[in-house]
Each structure stands twice: as C-alpha cells, then as structure tokens.
Design a protein around this ligand. Structure first.
Ligand SMILES: NC(=O)c1ccc[n+]([C@@H]2O[C@H](COP(=O)([O-])OP(=O)(O)OC[C@H]3O[C@@H](n4cnc5c(N)ncnc54)[C@H](OP(=O)(O)O)[C@@H]3O)[C@@H](O)[C@H]2O)c1
Length: 362
C-alpha cells in the first residue's frame, strides 16, 4: 500500500465524555471499579510498604523474568520459585535465590504467581496453599485464576493484581530505558486494609507508575484482556490477515505479494496508530487508501461482527470460555497442538519465513 506525507488533517475536538447510563443489570453489577478511572504515578506511591518484605516470583517465564529483574533493580528483595528445568537454570544464572515453588512460597511475604494461567490451580493446591497464612499477600498479573475460582484464597490474606500492559520483553526493555510500560492494578481482597498500597509499590518497582497505572477490578481486567486477545489482538487480526492472504493467493497473486500486503504492512499501520492514533494514520496513507477504507472496510467488518463480539464477551463473562480452556489444558492441550501444527503448514507462514529472512539486517 502506498503511503504519502501529508499535513495532518484537522480533527474535531473530542466531545467531553458524558456519563453513560447503566446498560445492563447483571454485567454491570460485577464492575465495581470507581466511575472515573484513577491513574497513579510514582509520586502517588509509598514504596516503604515493601520494606523488609520478600517477594517470591513464582515462574520465571516471559513475565516472571522481566518483573523479577525490574523489582530487584528497584531494591526489592526478590526470590524465585519455579520447577527444575530451563527457567530454574535461567533464574539461578541471573543471580536470584532460586527455590522450589513450595520453599519460595513458604519464605515469602508476597507470593506473585506468574505461571501459565492453566497451571495456577494445580500448583497453588499442591505447593502454595499451605503457605498462604494470615497477613501474606497473593499477587498475579492476570485475574483468570481468582475470577474463575481456580484459586479460592483464604479470607485473611490480601489478593492483588499488578498487570503490565505488554509482553515481558517490553516490560524489561522500557524499564531499562528509564521509563515503564503502562499497567493495571486491582485489589481482589483487602484483608490488611493496605492492599492497594502494596500493589502500587510493586507497580512502581516494575517501572509501571513512571508512565502511569490504572486502577480497575480484577473482573474488568480478566474479561477485557480475554476479550481483546480473542476478538481483536490475536483472534481477530490473525484471521483477518489469513483471509486476506488466502483471497489474494487463491485469485492467482504471488504469495510474496499477498504476504507483504496482508501481513508485513500491518505493522507499519499499527505503529502509526500506536504512536498517533487512527486519524493520524489516515493522514499519512494515500487518499485512495483512505477512501477504500470507508468504501470496502464496512462491507468486510459488518455490524454482524460486533454482534458476534458481544456473544463472545458473554461466553467470557459467564465463565464458559474459562471452563473450555481448563478442560482442554487438563487433557494436555491437544487442540492447541493440532492448531499449531496446521498453522505451521499454512502458506502464509511458509512464505513469511522466506520474506523475513530476505529482509533481515545482516
Ligand atoms: N505474556 C504476556 O504478555 C502477559 C502479559 C500480562 C500478564 N501475563 C500473565 O502472566 C502470567 C505468566 O505468563 P507468562 O506469559 O509469563 O508465562 P510463561 O512465559 O509461559 O512462563 C511460565 C513460567 O512458569 C513455569 N511453570 C510452568 N508450569 C509450571 C509448574 N507446573 N510448576 C512450576 N513452574 C511452572 C515455567 O517454567 P518452565 O520453563 O519450566 O516451563 C515458566 O518459568 C500469566 O498469568 C499471564 O496471563 C502475561
């Protein structure tokens, strides 16, 4: 797609947000977050709440590694709890006191569980639960386990969430640059009366309050996160790319060109939206591209898509999706394995590998 450099178009000033009427009784009742979202920055945080405390980061994968390193760099006492294997070796090599999950949970004041969501239930029951004693804090970066009751914590502990809005590599990269990923904090259980302060102090230690963290409920984060990844970020975008690619290829266009148009260029467009917004993206694409966006876009993404998205949100909020995923995980995730195998054989992946190699910077 051709892009042009054009002076930014004038955009209408966004109208001031108007108070929305309650839309539905059942779903809204769950969303008990403050009406005006609160954003916290470094200056709002008293990190002395972590003084003398030990945080056990359970799991040393994408999030575990990034969050543990950032917290340690901020002077927080961090230990790692993980099973023996690749992650265990990595945490040890990076200088952490690395223990079994059981031992780390026992030693910690704050148990920050950063395991895959489908493992929280069994690992918590077998190795963590017995160490969750009065006054301790349970922390997570995604509310799945608590919202869908895979973990039912005792009433005398705090349960909080500190969720960076980005993959672990990004959390660490931005922190090392002296800034921070944005993030969300939530309090699920406030036994001490101090749970929010603990969550904010952890967020600060990870650099998240440098940009700002938003306070929400764990339900909001869990439902919105699942909805976003299933309908837009992963589910939606991937299928849109694949259908676009297949349409061109089936019409006789070369795979390489179809890949450029439907996959490669998506990053260029999303980068502009990420940095400056949709109107700014429209201002730098050609007028032809912009007219095409209005002419054909709504014929592809029809109001019916929104209707199905609403149904998808219901399946998430009702717990139907969570049950299906936990059932799949309990069987060893055969559907995931099959889908991964199918995708690896798809022409979009085969040509993509070739194209990316071609344009790799040596
Ligand atoms: N990835 C993201 O972008 C992102 C963003 C925000 C929040 N989150 C949340 O962060 C949490 C962690 O996700 P992640 O992406 O960091 O996971 P991940 O990269 O898959 O890492 C999982 C870690 O847990 C360990 N582990 C797995 N099963 C275990 C078990 N049975 N016992 C002990 N250790 C075990 C793994 O060790 P091995 O090396 O031995 O397998 C690995 O160190 C999840 O709740 C997720 O929803 C993720």
């Amino acid at each position: 797609m051709a892009t042009k450099k054009a002076p930014a178009k004038k955009t209408a000033k966004a109208p001031a947000a108007t108070a929305k009427k309650s839309c539905c009784k059942k779903a809204c009742a769950k969303k008990t977050a403050p009406k005006a979202i609160k954003i916290y920055h470094d200056k709002d945080v008293d990190d002395s709440v972590l003084k003398g405390k030990t945080i056990a980061v359970i799991g040393y994968g994408a999030q575990g590694r990034a969050q543990a390193l950032c917290l340690r760099d901020s002077g927080v006492n961090v230990i790692i709890g993980v099973r023996k294997g690749k992650s265990f070796k990595a945490a040890k090599a990076e200088g952490f006191e690395t223990l079994s999950v059981d031992k780390a949970a026992k030693k910690a004041d704050i148990i920050h569980i950063l395991l895959p969501d489908e493992s929280h239930k069994s690992v918590y029951a077998e190795e963590i639960a017995k160490h969750v004693t009065a006054g301790k804090t349970l922390c997570c970066s995604h509310g799945f386990a608590y919202v869908f009751k895979n973990i039912v914590p005792p009433a005398d502990v705090d349960v909080i969430m500190v969720a960076p809005k980005g993959p672990g590599t990004e959390v660490r990269r931005v922190f090392e640059e002296g800034f921070g990923c944005p993030g969300l904090v939530a309090v699920f259980q406030n036994a001490s009366g101090n749970a929010l302060q603990t969550a904010l102090a952890i967020a600060k230690g990870e650099g998240l309050t440098r940009g700002g963290v938003l306070e929400c409920t764990m339900e909001q984060e869990t439902y919105e996160d699942l909805f976003g990844e299933q309908n837009v970020l992963c589910g939606g975008i991937v299928d849109l790319m694949k259908y676009g690619f297949e349409t061109l290829v089936e019409a006789g266009y070369p795979d390489e060109m179809a890949y450029f148009e439907c996959v490669h260029e998506a990053k260029l467009i999303v980068d502009i939206i990420y940095n400056k917004g949709i109107a700014a993206m429209n201002a730098v694409i050609s007028n032809t591209a912009e007219f095409g966006e209005y002419y054909n876009g709504p014929k592809i993404i029809t109001p019916d898509v929104k209707k199905r998205m609403k149904e998808s949100l219901k399946r998430i909020e009702s717990g139907e999706f969570a049950k299906a995923w936990m059932r799949e995980a309990a069987k060893g995730a055969p559907t995931l394995a099959k889908k991964r195998e199918q995708l690896s054989k798809h022409r979009v992946e085969i040509v993509g590998e070739k194209i990316r190699k071609l344009f790799e910077r040596k």
